[in-house]
Ligand binder design. Structure first.
Ligand SMILES: [Zn+2]
Length: 558
């Protein structure tokens, strides 16, 4: 037997036992920097230290304890939907699936997948905390609210893009506090449900949010996603740290405890754009939110904090083959130019397209600390996304070779330009499959250590909330197939009269009728459908198998 195998046998069971036998806590705060590879954290830390010589460390540094292998059910490299879904449900899933059981892909499944549960909505740790204990629940993020990570906590869909299915589920899941982006994406029906059920709803109303004394609140900023932190108008848009502190102050009023998920959503977006300042500055904004969560947890004594990305992104490296002898470069050479960037590539694009070409050099001097040389200016003027170029669109550089240089988006060109002045490298504009860092705080020191899987991390959270091994049974009780729940009753799926509308399930007994519209927690009953049954969970409809998923005891209302 090899030494390593012996070590694995000795350590393996011990680690699992530690994860599942921790002292329970009242509150969990899970913080997810989306799409954050460890190099992003390294560059952000250097940037902070370079700018503030008395701040060499990040808030998360003392709590780093391990790594997490994060994968989809049938692929080693995950996207945001199945990765956080797995943290929340304990079951890895397929690309695009939001807390929904995967379809079996036997030849490729990384762990065994039960084919009979395909498309079943899976109860999340957040939903379990609410349903089993009456804990308060909260979501804080900077993307639009139906985006993958917040949706993974509070909605169910095999298609992360179906906001029309996801948004109403999030409104009807009775979350206590929601703070993030997406004022244009809250359906009118969802908003009136919230207002009729004791919520205050704020839209682009920082003052309203700050003055609000109650607990139940949806506070949305920006039509879709919120701005990058470095470009935030501080008089109109809160920082992720303020959003986190606000959420904690509301949630901690419930003596039964709370579950809060905080996402630094756009670190991932900047990584997709290969924009190093967007990544580093949004990571630092996220780190300050982690600091707020840790500060609360340490004072509170009953709160665990878990900080973990959902996957890597961009293959960013500190050091690039473009720079000769880069390992000998000083911190000034590596970070001096970079530290002068005051906008993301998107920010530069917006500014360049809103000001005359005569201001180009001034803009770069002021917001990037350099002026464009003749070649760079030529490339900018020929870029097809540059609206104010002195070269008319039809005269800009053509031909296969030139097309690839100039035809990308303006922000894409600027991201490359800004990166070219650094010694950072990128290998891709997409996700990467390396394991992600894990940082954790537990009041008794019961933090997970070593290399975990995404499934292990779910088991750790379940142990913290004493729902160990219960999620599967809760999913079967909360999301049973209508064909099982209403066996022996007369039921009919009535198609929607609207284009792309969702169908309605109508169930009849001799005395009563249930009219069930999916993606809400409300069911109409009574003689003329005038009474409403309010569930503690949402009903989900899946068109792939024409099935409504609803509570297994729902027939008791007939
Ligand atoms: Zn992600």
């Amino acid at each position: 037997m090899s030494f390593l195998l012996l070590l694995a046998i000795l350590i393996g069971p011990l680690k699992a036992a530690d994860i599942e036998n921790v002292k329970p806590v009242k509150n969990i705060i899970l913080l997810i920097p989306d799409g954050t590879s460890l190099s992003t954290v390294s560059i952000a830390r250097w940037l902070q230290w370079y700018n503030n010589p008395d701040m060499p460390n990040l808030a998360i540094d003392p709590y780093m304890c391990g790594t997490v292998r994060t994968f989809s059910s049938n692929a080693p490299i995950g996207d945001s939907a199945p990765t956080t879904s797995c943290y929340m449900t304990g079951i890895p899933s397929i690309a695009g699936y939001v807390s929904t059981h995967p379809v079996q892909d036997a030849a490729n499944d990384i762990l065994p997948i039960d084919s009979t549960r395909a498309y079943q909505p899976l109860v999340t740790v957040l939903e379990a905390a609410k349903m089993k204990y009456g804990k308060s629940t909260g979501l804080v993020f900077t993307c639009e609210f139906p985006h993958a990570t917040p949706a993974d906590c509070s909605a169910h869909s095999y298609n992360r893009g179906k906001y029309e299915w996801i948004a109403p589920q999030m409104a009807h899941n009775d979350l206590t506090v929601v703070i993030g982006g997406g004022t244009s994406l809250l359906p009118a029906e969802s908003e009136s449900y919230l207002r009729n059920n004791g919520y205050s709803v704020f839209k682009d109303n920082l003052k309203g949010m700050r003055e609000f004394k109650g607990e139940k609140m949806w506070s949305l900023f920006s039509e879709k996603e919120m701005p990058y932190d470095i470009e935030r108008d501080t008089t109109a848009t809160p920082s992720l740290e303020e959003m986190t502190r606000t959420a904690i102050s509301k949630l901690s009023q419930n003596e039964k405890g709370f579950f809060l998920m905080v996402e630094g959503s756009k670190i991932d977006w900047a990584a997709h754009a290969n924009d190093p300042m967007g990544m580093a500055s949004d990571y630092l904004a996220f780190d300050r939110a982690c600091g707020a969560a840790l500060e609360f947890a340490k004072a509170n004594g009953e709160t665990a904090v878990i900080i973990v990305p959902d996957h890597g992104n961009s293959g960013i490296s500190l050091g690039s083959s473009r720079c000769s002898n880069y390992s000998k470069l000083t911190k000034d050479q590596l970070f001096g130019q970079f530290a002068q960037y005051k906008l993301t590539s998107e920010g530069f694009q917006a500014m360049l397209n809103s000001r005359p070409a005569s201001e180009v050099q001034n803009i770069f001097r002021t917001y990037a600390g350099f002026e464009l040389n003749d070649d760079e200016l030529k490339m900018l003027y020929n870029n097809k996304g540059y609206k104010n170029s002195p070269i008319p669109l039809e005269e800009r550089a053509k031909g296969p070779e030139l097309e690839s240089l100039y035809s990308g988006s303006l922000s894409g060109f600027i991201a490359k330009l800004l990166t070219s002045k650094t010694c950072f490298g990128f290998t891709t504009g997409g996700h990467t499959g390396e394991e992600v860092f894990l940082a954790a705080y537990h009041p008794e020191g019961d933090v997970p250590m070593g290399v975990l899987t995404n499934v292990d991390l779910n088991h750790y959270m379940c142990a913290l909330f004493e729902i160990k091994g219960e999620l599967d049974e809760m999913s079967n009780q909360t999301f049973a197939k209508h064909t099982d729940v209403f066996k022996g009753y007369k039921y009919e799926i009535v198609p929607s009269t609207e284009k792309n509308g969702t169908p309605t399930l109508v169930v009849k007994s001799k005395k009563k009728q249930l009219t069930i519209k999916p993606f809400t927690n409300l069911i109409q009953t009574g003689k003329k459908g005038t009474e409403t049954i309010k569930l503690n969970s949402v009903v989900v409809y899946v068109d792939k198998n024409n099935t409504f998923y609803l509570p297994s005891d729902l027939a008791k209302h007939l």
